[in-house]
Ligand binder design. Structure first.
Ligand code: CP
Length: 325
């Protein structure tokens, strides 16, 4: 039984296999018949205890494009509101035959608890847990970076991120996206810099394998990609937080700052965005911003993760599904 709980679960070879498989699967999206029969008869449960737009919908789309049956569970409106535990929720889903459980939870460690329990028999995929990790977000970010910044064999996409300079800006303290990206990008050989006000950096950041800066302007010209993060007010005490105006002035990305980035450099955002705060509308809507590409790449990456966990370990079979069945 295999799981994906943390970006640290992945070796460089594992990550490259997922990204290459996602490239293969992305070609399916360009065909008239977008479905593959690979996971026919398997059941994927989306178990979401915390709100989500992109991750939940893209896991659902990914599982359906692989012909899996999908059960969507949202804690809101479920018996969780009556006090039902994670264990009893998991046992209920197991009784319905889940082959994979994609879990988002407000508690860091909930996916690990599920994966190491005997409550369910299937694979567990972490779709974001508290402030801990969001490994498929990091994979789709790497997928986007490979497409935008590298050339693969024969001039195609899928090159190496070795030595590429990625700057992650904003609420590092509360960001599972930053943690997973730091691990994965480092595994893939990229150089990471984190930029934030001191109050939005974790205490142990000096021990992280990255450079740390409080000054966004000083790193822009040395970045191949600048990844802007949302300030997660819902996870913080007001005392941590500078005023919105002050934050935007010092750490927000606007057109003037974007113009100081190298011509080839891209702006990334995992979403949801706070337009006007960490990113202006001008930047968010510019062709240099990959936010929408990140979402579409996310479907291919999540197809690859489900395929490799549930389907097989070799190159993806991209023979279309017989949609009449
Ligand atoms: N990037 C991301 O995880 O977005 P959602 O919270 O909408 O899933």
């Amino acid at each position: 039984k295999r799981h994906l709980i943390s970006a640290t679960d992945l070796t460089r070879d594992d990550a490259v296999l997922i990204l290459d498989t996602a490239e293969e699967l992305a070609r399916v999206a360009d065909r008239p018949i977008k479905k593959l029969p690979t996971l026919r008869g398997r059941t994927v449960v989306n178990l979401f205890f915390e709100d989500s737009t992109r991750t939940r919908i893209s896991f659902e789309a990914a599982a359906k494009r692989l012909s899996a049956d999908v059960i969507n569970f949202s804690a809101k409106g479920s018996s969780v509101s009556k006090g039902e535990s994670l264990k009893d929720t998991a046992l209920t889903l197991e009784a319905m035959g889940a082959d994979a459980v994609v879990i988002r939870h407000h508690d860091s460690g909930a996916p690990h608890r599920l994966a190491t329990s005997d409550w369910i028999g299937g694979c567990v995929v972490n779709a974001g847990d508290g402030t801990h990790e969001h490994p498929t977000q990091a994979l789709l970010d790497a997928f986007t970076l490979r497409r935008r910044l590298t050339e693969g064999p024969n001039g195609g996409v899928g090159g190496d991120l070795e030595g590429r300079r990625v700057t992650i800006v904003g609420d590092i303290l509360h960001s599972r996206v930053a943690r997973s990206n730091l691990h994965l990008l480092t595994t893939l050989g990229a150089e990471v810099t984190v930029v934030a006000p001191p109050t939005l950096l974790p205490i142990g950041v000096a021990h992280w394998p990255c450079a740390v800066s409080y000054d966004l302007d000083s790193v822009l010209s040395k970045s191949d990609a600048v990844m802007m993060l949302r300030v997660q007010r819902e996870r913080m005490n007001a005392a941590y937080f500078p005023t919105e105006r002050e934050y935007a002035r010092r750490y927000g990305l606007d057109g003037d700052r974007m113009a100081r980035m190298p011509e080839h450099a891209v702006v990334m955002h995992p979403g949801p965005m706070n337009r006007g705060m960490e990113i202006t509308a001008e930047v968010a809507d510019s062709p240099r911003c990959t936010a929408v590409e990140q979402v579409s790449g996310g479907v291919s990456v999540r197809m690859a993760v489900l395929y490799l966990l549930l389907g097989g370990a070799g190159p993806a079979d991209t023979t279309p599904a017989d949609t009449t069945r």
